[in-house]
Design a protein around this ligand. Structure first.
Ligand SMILES: Nc1ncnc2c1ncn2[C@@H]1O[C@H](COP(=O)(O)OP(=O)(O)OP(=O)(O)O)[C@@H](O)[C@H]1O
Ligand SMILES: [Mg+2]
Length: 308
């Protein structure tokens, strides 16, 4: 039995400008114990899918089942299986951190939870903030509390919607160590993030969403294997790139990156650079990573939409 089963899930929002289809026929099974990544650009439908899973938004059609419990027909049981960290920072400003966690335990009917609450506070670097009022916390600290809140009832399935947005480097590492430990202990994890190096390091399998449709669903290692094998990277004045390179390049400030399948392609790039008389610095060849795969997948589908 899958830990999470999305079955032909579609969602149409009614907006002022008419109907908007945020999800189209999304089907996906996540097995118990998986560390699964759901990736996609802004507006792809990730939060919508998670909100349907959490019972916060109703699917227009299809169904979602968590450890055998339908999220609509059997909401209370399905919800108990899930620990959801929402993308939006929502909190009650009147409680302290510890009170917020106690209230959440009470909501799930968990009694005598102090030892686990202490462990959560400790593991998420919140021990010295236990008595602080929620409104006295910084944004990153509030997000840590949301993570702790989602875990008070030790849910078998952990769902994290951009848990590391606005979180500093040190806590990102602590958080991932903690979540990875829970995953090793058997918890299923579903994660969305725009930090693709995090997804590459953590997720065994990845789905990519684009405009509400799944456009890739694969083991992370397979996605990386299928990618163009290398990337030529250098620094230059990007606007002076010859057009044949500019068409293929990813330019970030002065950094130019060109996907290359073999040594010939790299040679031809270097020749074009020399011919254009470009000044280049810090030339290196690196292996393609998940970000390259992601951009490839998204670009491919764009072409398909334009010329079906
Ligand atoms: N309540 C709503 N009413 C109308 N449209 C909505 C509503 N909620 C979301 N949408 C639209 O649905 C699409 C998907 O939004 P969603 O929040 O699921 O994207 P996302 O993949 O989570 O993006 P991000 O990476 O920015 O968090 C967007 O175009 C969004 O504008
Ligand atoms: Mg979102």
């Amino acid at each position: 039995m899958p830990a999470i089963s999305f079955q032909s899930v579609s969602k149409t929002y009614a907006t002022a400008r008419g109907e908007f289809k945020a999800l189209s026929d999304v089907s996906l099974d996540i097995e118990p114990g998986e560390f699964f990544g759901l990736l996609g650009p802004n507006g792809a439908g990730k939060t919508t899918l998670i909100s349907i899973l959490a019972g916060l938004v109703r699917a227009s059609s299809g169904r979602v089942v968590v450890n055998g419990h339908d999220v609509q027909a059997d909401y209370a049981q399905a919800r108990r299986q899930l620990g959801v960290v929402p993308q939006e920072l929502v909190f009650d400003p009147f409680f302290t951190v510890r009170e917020a966690l106690r209230i959440q335990s009470g909501y799930f009917g968990v009694k005598n939870n102090e030892a686990w609450i202490d462990e959560l506070l400790e593991s998420l670097g919140l021990a010295d903030k236990a008595k602080a009022n929620m409104r006295q916390l910084s944004g990153g600290m509030k997000r840590r509390v949301l993570v702790a809140q989602s875990l008070v009832h030790r849910p078998p399935v952990i769902v994290l919607d951009e848990p590391t947005a606005g979180v500093d480097v040190e806590l990102r590492q602590t958080l991932w160590q903690f979540i990875a430990r829970l995953n090793r202990q058997g918890h299923t994890v579903l994660l969305t993030t725009h930090y693709l190096e995090e997804a590459e390091a953590l997720c065994g399998r990845i789905a990519m969403l684009k405009s509400g449709r799944i456009v890739a669903l694969e083991r992370t290692s397979e996605l990386l294997r299928a990618a163009s094998s290398n990337v030529l990277r250098f620094k230059t004045e990007g606007h002076r790139l010859p057009p044949e390179l500019a068409a293929k390049a990813r330019v970030t400030g002065r950094i130019v990156q060109l996907p290359a399948h073999d040594a010939h392609e790299i040679e031809s790039y270097l020749a074009a650079i020399r011919q254009a008389g470009l000044n280049v610095e810090d030339v290196e060849i690196r292996k393609a990573d998940l970000e390259d795969v992601f951009l490839d997948v998204m670009a491919e589908k764009k072409k398909e939409v334009v010329a079906p």
